[in-house]
Design a protein around this ligand. Structure first.
Ligand code: V55
Ligand code: FE
Length: 484
C-alpha cells in the first residue's frame, strides 16, 4: 500500500502533512524581536504520517506534532518533532494507518485493538517540568520541554485514573493548581465525568466522579476562584453509533446545553443547569469569575454545528452560515433554585471563531481583554493567492475589550492565514494587556510559515517582527507560552 494523500481533500496545499522533523537555529528574522520577549512558544499540530483508513475521517484524528519557538535575546530557534505515541510507533512499523475513524476503535485494524489511540495533538501545557500534549480522548502525553522527546503517556504517577483527560485543563495563576476534567471517563460511550485538582507539585488534592445528563463532547471548561464550570454540547455520540462503525460525533440540534458547576473546595454537590439547543455549539471558554452568588462565564457560542467533519444528526449538510460564534455572557444565580441562566450577547454583530485566549495571569478572575482568531471581511485578502477564507483559513486577530465593547484588529498580510493568538505579557508584573500577541501566520503566496509578533496595545500596526521559516508548517490546534 503506497502513501498517497492526493485523494484526501483535507490534506491539500497548506493542509498537506509535512511528515518531517526539523531544527533551525537563528531563524531568519525581519524587524526587531522585542528584547523583553524571552521564553518558549509551543504548538501542537495535526500531521498525518499515513493517509487515513477512511475517506470521511476528520483531520482531528491526525498524528500529533509539537513545535517549539525558543526566543532569547532577539534570537529564535525552531524545533519540531512528532509525538512518539504507541499509535505512531505501530503505524510506522506497519508503513500504513492501522487506526480507523476518529474515536471508534471498532474501525481499527485488529492488531491494534489493545493499543492507545492517543495522538496528543490538541494542546501543549507545561506542568511540573513536563510538557503535556493533550488529546481529550486519552491521558496526557508527557514530552521533554527542551528536546521535545516523547517520554510516556502520563497518569500523574497513577493518581489520574480516568481513561480520558481534557485538552483544556486550567492552571490557576494564583495557586499554581491544575484543574481538569475527563468525560467518557470510564471508556467510550460512558456517561462518567471525573474532575481533578492537582496542587502545584502535582499531588492530587481532590477528585469528583459523577454522571452527565447527555453523552456529548465537552471540549473546554472554566474556573473561577471558587468554582469549576463544565458545559456539555450538542455534539453527541452513542454506543449504537460506535457499534455501527461511524465517526464518534454527530451534531444533534435538539440537544440543549447543560452546564455543571462545582465548588472548588468540595463544600457542595455538583449542580446542573440546563439551557437551550441554540446555546449548545461551543468549544472554548473565554474566562469566568464568581461575584457573590453569581458565576459569570464569557465564551464564544454558536447555534449550529461548526465542525464540518462531524455530520448533522438530522441529515442536513454542513452549512457555513452556522459556523461563526458570537461572544456570550452567561450568568448563573447560585442563590436561587433556577436551573437555567441569563444570556447576554457581547460585541453584537461580530462573526468570530472559537479560538479565543486571554492574558492567562487573569484566568478565573475579573479581566478586560480577550484575543481571538477571526475571519475579518474588513481586512484585504487575496483569494487567488491566499486560498479561500473558510472554516480553516482566518485572516485576523482581534482584541476584544470586555470593559467598553471595542475591538482592535491585527492584520499581517493579504496572503496570510493565521493560527490562534497567544498573549505574552511584557513582564511578569506588567498590567493586563501590556505585551505582545504572537502566533504563526501561513503565507500562501510563498508557501512558508512565519511567527509574527504584534504589540498587543497597537494591534492595528501589524507585526513588529516576523520570524520566517524556510518551509510551511503543519496545522496548529493550540499554542502555549512558557516564560524564561
Ligand atoms: C476539537 C479538536 C480536536 C478534538 C476534539 O477543536 C475537538 C475542537 C484537534 O482535535 O479531538
Ligand atoms: Fe480546543
Amino acid at each position: 500500500m503506497s502513501v498517497d494523500f492526493s485523494t484526501d481533500p483535507t490534506a491539500q496545499g497548506f493542509f498537506a502533512p509535512m511528515r518531517f522533523e526539523a531544527d533551525i537555529e537563528d531563524c531568519e528574522t525581519q524587524g526587531e524581536i522585542p528584547p523583553e520577549l524571552n521564553g518558549s512558544f509551543y504548538r501542537t499540530c495535526l500531521d498525518r504520517r499515513y493517509p487515513p483508513r477512511y475517506a470521511d475521517d476528520t483531520p482531528y484524528n491526525a498524528d500529533g506534532a509539537v513545535d517549539m519557538f525558543r526566543i532569547a535575546n532577539g534570537n529564535v530557534d525552531f524545533r519540531t518533532r512528532y509525538l512518539r505515541t504507541a499509535r505512531y510507533t505501530a503505524e510506522r512499523a506497519a508503513h500504513r494507518a492501522l487506526f480507523g475513524r476518529y474515536r471508534n476503535r471498532l474501525t481499527s485494524d485488529p492488531s491494534v485493538a489493545q493499543l492507545s489511540h492517543n495522538t496528543g495533538n490538541t494542546t501543549p501545557l507545561l506542568f511540573n517540568g513536563r510538557l503535556l500534549c493533550l488529546k481529550e480522548d486519552s491521558p496526557p502525553m508527557a514530552v521533554d520541554p527542551n528536546t521535545l522527546e516523547t517520554l510516556c503517556e502520563w497518569d500523574f504517577d497513577g493518581q489520574m485514573t480516568a481513561r480520558t483527560f481534557t485538552a483544556h485543563p486550567k492552571l490557576d495563576p494564583r495557586t499554581g493548581e491544575l484543574i481538569a476534567f475527563s468525560y467518557e471517563a470510564r471508556g467510550d460511550a460512558t456517561y462518567d465525568i471525573a474532575v481533578f485538582i492537582f496542587d502545584a507539585q502535582g499531588k492530587l488534592k481532590r477528585q469528583w466522579w459523577f454522571k452527565s445528563p447527555v453523552l456529548s463532547m465537552m471540549h473546554d471548561m472554566a474556573i473561577t476562584d471558587r468554582h469549576i464550570i463544565i458545559p456539555t454540547t450538542g455534539m453527541v455520540t452513542s454506543r449504537e453509533r460506535l457499534d455501527a462503525g461511524l465517526i464518534h460525533w454527530t451534531y444533534d440540534s435538539s440537544v440543549p446545553c447543560h452546564v455543571a458547576i462545582l465548588p472548588r473546595d468540595g463544600s457542595g454537590e455538583v449542580r446542573w443547569f440546563q439551557g437551550t439547543p441554540d446555546q449548545a455549539m461551543l468549544l472554548h471558554t473565554t474566562n469566568a469569575r464568581t461575584e457573590g452568588d453569581r458565576v459569570i462565564l464569557d465564551a464564544p457560542v454558536a447555534s449550529a454545528n461548526f465542525h464540518p467533519y462531524f455530520p448533522n444528526a438530522d441529515g442536513s449538510g454542513f452549512d457555513v452560515a452556522g459556523v461563526s460564534p458570537n461572544i456570550r455572557r452567561w450568568t448563573f444565580d447560585l442563590s436561587s433554585t433556577r436551573t437555567d441562566w441569563d444570556e447576554e450577547i457581547l460585541f453584537d454583530g461580530i462573526r468570530a471563531t472559537s479560538m479565543v485566549r486571554i492574558d492567562d495571569r487573569f484566568l478565573g478572575q475579573p479581566f478586560r481583554y480577550s484575543y481571538i482568531l477571526a475571519v475579518d471581511p474588513k481586512m484585504p485578502f487575496d483569494r487567488a493567492r491566499g486560498g479561500n477564507l473558510s472554516v480553516r483559513v482566518a485572516n485576523a486577530w482581534w482584541r476584544f475589550d470586555h470593559a467598553n465593547g471595542t475591538i482592535d484588529r491585527a492584520y499581517v498580510g493579504s496572503t496570510h492565514g493565521l493560527a490562534e493568538p497567544q498573549f505574552v505579557p511584557r513582564h511578569r508584573d506588567a498590567p493586563e494587556g501590556d505585551g505582545w500577541v504572537i502566533g504563526v501566520a501561513n503565507d500562501f503566496s510563498q508557501m512558508r510559515s512565519e511567527l509574527v509578533i504584534v504589540d498587543a496595545q497597537q494591534m492595528q500596526r501589524g507585526p513588529v517582527a516576523r520570524v520566517k521559516l524556510p518551509f510551511r508548517l503543519h496545522t496548529q490546534v493550540h499554542g502555549w507560552w512558557v516564560a524564561g
